[in-house]
Design a protein around this ligand. Structure first.
Ligand SMILES: *Cc1c(COP(=O)(O)O)cnc(C)c1O
Length: 420
């Protein structure tokens, strides 16, 4: 614990927060695994939940539960108000022009699929080009491949540099008059690389292309202003932003959303239905068929309040500090090769240990109470590009400490002693 205090002193000048009290907000962080303190460094896969989120979900089920948008009774009204209140909260988080630009989905994967099978399905034709990058999560590859097969589209891949950097010039060189959609990650879930999404959007707009940003990792680490960016779509997933599973968000510009047909049919997305045909609701309801995950949305609302209470800039500063500390700590360990070395990246550290399989490194770390992810991280093409089959990934969140990074470095040394 002394290390945490020392860190706080170090960080106070950087406008950080009281790490001990923040950690106390997350019940799971005080548990042990294998009689060791849990050191949770797998936040890129999913983040832990503060008590405020757990309580909001519990309160919804214990005191305010009824289906939204339907009943003419007190509880349904309360649940509807809470659900629609989160839509406003998300709009404000993204600085979107209106809550009507916010569609709730079950995760970012579903948000990307919505764009693919409503917008792109309707507006793209054979020969049109979609640009993605080499650092894509499978969620931003496979939907476009499905559509490519159906419609004869062309998929172009913007390259990543050897050190994990995104090269804007090489990206720009791929754009042409056939480019209809540019879909890029805000932050790579493997490399941590921050894609310059403002410049990417500007370049894409010069070609008249539509822009979708996969913000699954980006929203967690940085403030986002969709109006300043000018992107058409921005998608993220609640469970990586300290919210529950089962809730995601698609922001869409109003003129895009109103032009798009529904992609799923059912209750809640219609104005009227008869056997002669149905009239669809306006966005965002048009894209929310069936009972929405409103309890999960309420949990997401509590997560957004929590993050904004600490301050996204303070979180960003803390995570940059952890990143710099982790760069030093991991470079100090012999035979560790970092995958993704952009110095301005997010605090997501992927690496391999020469001579030891990543699975084995992960297993040794696990026994030390260190939770990391091992594998291809749903980014097999990126693994191929970087010439590795798998990596170990330590991904930091607002509650991680330098002491945990020291433990990670010590754990790798231990693995080398055991297995090297
Ligand atoms: C996690 C992640 C996804 C997928 O998130 P889901 O919640 O599984 O939909 C997509 N893109 C990136 C960059 C991610 O990190």
């Amino acid at each position: 614990m002394t290390a945490i205090v020392a860190f706080d002193q170090d960080c106070r000048s950087r406008n950080c927060y009281d790490l001990d009290s923040v950690r106390a907000d997350f019940p799971i962080l005080s548990r042990t695994v294998y009689d060791k303190p849990l050191r949770f460094l797998d936040n890129g896969a999913s983040a832990q939940k503060p008590r405020a989120v757990i309580d909001a979900i519990k309160n919804s089920y214990t005191s305010e539960y009824a289906n939204v948008h339907r009943g003419a009774h007190f509880l349904s009204g309360a649940a509807t108000e809470a659900y629609e209140g989160v839509r406003e909260k998300v709009a404000s988080l993204l600085n979107a022009s209106s809550p009507d630009t916010i569609v709730f989905t079950k995760n970012v994967t579903e948000a990307i699929n919505l764009v693919a099978f409503s917008w792109a399905e309707t507006f793209l034709d054979a020969g049109d080009e979609i640009v993605i990058t080499e650092m894509e999560h499978h969620a931003n590859i496979v939907p476009w491949q499905i559509l490519k097969e159906r419609k004869g589209l062309i998929l172009r891949i913007a390259p990543v540099e050897d050190d994990g950097r995104f090269d804007l010039d090489r990206f720009a060189a791929i754009l042409n008059d056939h480019t209809k959609l540019v879909s890029v990650p805000h932050v790579s879930n493997v490399l941590g690389t921050v894609v310059p999404i403002a410049e990417v959007t500007r370049l894409a707009k010069e070609k008249g292309a539509c822009v979708l940003i996969d913000g699954a990792q980006g929203i967690v680490h940085q403030a986002v202003d969709v109006q300043a960016l000018g992107c058409d779509f921005y998608a993220f997933t609640g469970h990586k932003l300290y919210g529950p599973t089962g809730i995601g968000v698609l922001y869409g510009k109003t003129e895009r959303l109103v032009s798009m047909p529904p992609w799923q049919g059912g209750g809640d997305m219609i104005e009227t239905v008869s056997f002669n045909g149905s009239v669809y609701a306006e966005p965002p309801m048009r894209f929310e068929a069936g009972t929405p995950p409103f309890v999960q949305a309420i949990g997401l609302g509590a997560a957004i309040d929590y993050v904004q209470g600490i301050g996204i800039d303070a979180i960003d500063a803390h995570e940059q500090y952890l990143r710099d500390y982790a760069f030093d700590a991991l470079r100090d360990v012999p035979d560790v090769r970092l995958i993704g070395e952009d110095p301005t990246k997010a605090a997501i550290m992927s690496f391999i240990v020469d001579g030891i399989h990543s699975m084995d490194v992960g297993a040794v770390l696990d026994r030390q109470g260190l939770a990391v992810r091992v594998g291809h991280h749903c980014a097999q093409p990126l693994m191929a590009r970087m010439g590795v089959e798998a990596t170990v990934r330590a991904s930091m969140a607002l509650y991680n400490t330098t002491e945990e990074i020291d433990a990670l470095a010590a754990g790798i040394r231990h693995a080398q002693k055991l297995l090297g």
